[in-house]
Write a protein that binds this ligand. Structure first.
Ligand code: CP
Ligand code: NVA
Length: 312
């Protein structure tokens, strides 16, 4: 059987398809419990540090409420509250936090920071988004796809837009692991890092997944089960927004683009927050195809599952 006790959650590259399956199954179970109002107390006496260098609505509240609902105590610390990479070596901060807390959730810029926290704290560390990856989001996205479409394997998932960002990277890895047909579609200058694409193609050989990167919108969206997009300028890239708008305008998810799938049952996904009028129109965002708020709710259940699997 699967055993993830003590393990950090830094990137989906570190997890097998069975382990991802296991996390999705726990997510479904805790979602049922939450909906039924079943009292649970799995984290009684435990503490979680939530250290965020960047803003967050969903990820922070998912960690905080999931931990609290299980009787644990979560402490939120922004970069202005603690000595994070300033006045103190990160390795030292990590070792101190490891003695104070049972687990650490981190959101920030460098993947290296979350990896250093995991290497030195001695407790499970969860990646709540870095410039490179957003692995907990993928669990929520995949749970939403399963709930909407019944299964993951063989589904055609298309990410359209800034295909070089953390969401595109993590969706590609998750798809490679779980046997989806994944296409990242965007302008050439924003195509996914070839090192990540190669790694995913390698993983895909054993899972039955297919991985593609293209500029061709028609080829990408044709017969898609799910269309996914994200902001055109990620946190930390605000200065690039005007340039991105010019570059990405043709890749906006609007009604015409949804119709180019040739299907009427394609679902629309977005990690949120969304900039309506840029990467997606208000019309698609509010349409029956949109699953964005189910996705947002599933952040809580999937993050709770990760903590249950690694802490108990
Ligand atoms: N999807 C997501 O990570 O949202 P937040 O930035 O609000 O946490
Ligand atoms: N790509 C976005 C995702 C936000 C959840 C960002 O990094 O800002």
């Amino acid at each position: 059987g699967v055993n993830l006790k003590g393990k950090s959650f830094l990137t989906l590259l570190d997890f097998t398809s069975d382990e991802i399956r296991y996390l999705l199954d726990i997510s479904k179970q805790v979602k049922v419990e939450r909906r039924a109002g079943t009292p649970t107390n799995r984290f009684a006496g435990k503490t979680l540090a939530i250290i965020f260098e960047k803003r967050s609505t969903r990820t922070r509240t998912a960690f905080e409420t999931a931990f609290g609902e299980e009787g644990g105590h979560a402490v939120f610390l922004s970069k202005d509250d603690i000595h994070l990479g300033v006045k103190e070596d990160l390795k030292d901060t990590a070792r101190v936090l490891g003695r104070m807390f049972d687990a650490i959730a981190f959101r920030g810029f460098k993947q290296e920071t979350v990896e250093t926290l995991a290497a030195w704290s001695g407790v499970p560390v969860y990646n709540g988004l870095t410039d490179l990856y957003h692995p907990t989001q993928i669990l929520a996205d995949f749970l939403t796809i399963e709930e909407s479409l019944g299964s993951l394997k063989g589904r055609k998932l298309v990410f359209i837009g800034d295909s070089r960002n953390n969401m595109a990277n993590s969706l590609m890895i998750g798809s490679a692991k779980m046997g989806l047909h994944f296409i990242a579609c965007g302008p050439k200058s924003l195509h996914t890092d070839p090192a990540i694409v190669d790694k995913c193609k390698e993983i895909a050989r054993t899972s039955g997944a297919t991985i593609e990167v293209t500029e061709d919108i028609d080829l990408a969206v044709k017969n898609a089960d799910a269309i996914y997009t994200d902001v055109w300028a990620s946190m930390g890239e605000e200065a690039k927004l005007q340039e991105r708008i010019a570059l990405l305008k043709p890749f906006q998810v609007n009604r015409e683009l949804m119709e180019r799938t040739g299907r009427s049952d394609t679902i629309f996904l977005h990690c949120l927050p969304a900039v309506k009028g840029n990467e997606v129109t208000e019309e698609v965002f509010e349409s029956p195809a949109s699953r964005v708020f189910e996705e947002a709710e599933n952040r809580k259940h999937t993050i709770k599952a990760v903590m249950i699997a690694t802490l108990l």
